[in-house]
Design a protein around this ligand. Structure first.
Ligand code: ATP
Ligand code: MG
Length: 391
């Protein structure tokens, strides 16, 4: 008998009607993959609950908890003690397993769920028995059925009974892989990793595209992006990371295009190149970390000029977010400290003194004619660097 298991509560997945089976299969596959490095587990689902049961004593339960808490599609989870299906043993296991928590509080209640209707005691009887036993063992405790500090939950299932305290929040969202595939344009900044995480949360599998202009941008800047992707991959699963060399293209834009339009011109080339790579990778949308009004290239007019070259949908999940809201998620997904490391990005080299904040498409298009765009694009696309980023 295992000592301890995880009970995962499924979220929105439960609402998907006929697709539910397929969604659940993807979720179980994702959970199994994410747990590989924590030991051997059996992962099965029944009635909107996924059971994660270690197969032997070698499992790292703390690591497993971290992994499980980052799987999209799980709204909540509990680490639970396992007991044989015997009322006295359930009482003893509850007292022992929850001892630390029970010592710290003064009010509690017990709730029981019994999915095994063969079990000789009904739920209220189990709750009363366990409650009584805990009161004996922890005399400082009182029962408060309305506002308890801790709700002790007993679940009597087919094979075993489980005891646990309050459920912890899971990552929410829907399972990665059920929402198609999209390419995140990733820089080393605060925004794009958050945008990537948000779309993965909606079930989207990610490919990452990064533009680098060596020697103006350094290898360390690329390494930084990789470390950011590692953080995102803890939620999104492994991510293919493709670096596109933009050096010559950027030099040409700097030397030949109207300076005040160079930012928006560069962004148009980023989108063109990203679309080509994305299509080859089987992606059907692009994602950026743009937020309206944050910088000159993120006004409505500038975005319109950039979008004019796109034929795929471009998702900008942060478009209406304040920086402070973005930073909150950076802390949550642990990207903040990496993002603020100071490295040059291709967007921050050769920046014009006075970028046009309200560019007009017609002038952008003619300004772009100063360089041989198609040839430069092919040159960049001929030198892709690809690697996998693992969680
Ligand atoms: P971020 O914090 O994500 O860097 P930002 O506020 O600095 O965003 P910009 O530098 O204007 O804004 O970039 C806007 C978006 O363009 C980024 O969120 C990202 O999606 C994309 N982008 C910027 N630089 C790069 C790059 N070097 N490679 C790939 N995509 C990039
Ligand atoms: Mg940036």
């Amino acid at each position: 008998m295992p000592q301890e298991v995880f009970l995962l509560k499924l979220g929105e997945i439960a609402l998907k009607g006929l697709n539910r089976r397929a969604f659940e299969d993807v979720l179980l596959k994702n959970i199994r993959r994410r747990l590989q490095s924590a030991g051997e587990f059996s992962v099965t689902s029944r009635q909107s609950t996924v059971y994660v049961v270690p197969k032997d004593d070698g499992a790292d339960m703390d690591l497993a908890e971290d992994r499980v808490s980052k799987v999209f599609g799980v709204v909540g989870y509990a680490r639970a003690g396992v007991a044989e299906k015997d009322l006295q043993k359930i009482c003893e296991r509850a007292a022992e397993y929850l001892a630390d928590q029970l010592e710290e509080i003064s009010t509690f209640k017990v709730e029981c769920k019994r999915s095994d209707k063969q079990f000789p005691y009904k739920s209220p009887e189990v709750s009363a028995q366990v409650g009584g036993y805990l009161l004996e063992q922890f005399p400082h405790l009182q029962v408060d059925v309305h506002h308890p500090e801790l709700t002790v939950r007993v679940e009597v299932r087919e094979q075993y009974a489980f005891v646990h305290g309050d459920t912890k929040p899971g990552a929410g969202g829907i399972p990665v892989g059920t929402g198609g595939k999209a390419a995140i344009l990733i820089s080393g900044g605060l925004d794009s990793p958050v945008a990537a995480w948000m779309m993965a949360k909606r079930g989207v599998e990610l490919t990452a595209i990064h533009f680098a202009s060596p020697p103006y941008t350094s290898e360390l800047a690329r390494e930084k992006v990789k470390r950011l992707l590692q953080k995102v991959a803890q939620y999104a699963g492994r991510i293919k990371f493709i670096t596109v060399n933009f050096t010559h293209l950027q030099e040409e834009i700097r030397d030949k295009c109207p300076e005040e339009l160079s930012t928006v011109i560069l962004r148009r080339f980023m989108l063109r190149a990203a679309e080509r790579v994305a299509r080859d990778e089987g992606c059907s949308a692009l994602i950026t970390g743009e937020s309206l009004g944050q910088v000159a290239s993120q006004t409505i007019q500038a975005i319109a000029c950039t979008d004019a070259v796109a034929t795929m949908p471009v998702f900008r999940p942060l478009i209406g977010w304040d920086k402070s809201e973005i930073v909150k998620v950076c802390y949550q997904i642990d990207t903040y400290d990496i993002s603020i490391e100071p490295y040059e990005d291709c967007c921050t080299i050769f920046t014009p003194k006075h970028p046009r904040t309200k560019p007009i498409l017609h002038f952008v298009e003619s300004g772009e004619q100063a360089i041989d765009g198609p040839a430069l694009l092919e040159e960049s696309l001929a030198q892709l660097e690809t690697e996998w980023v693992m969680p």
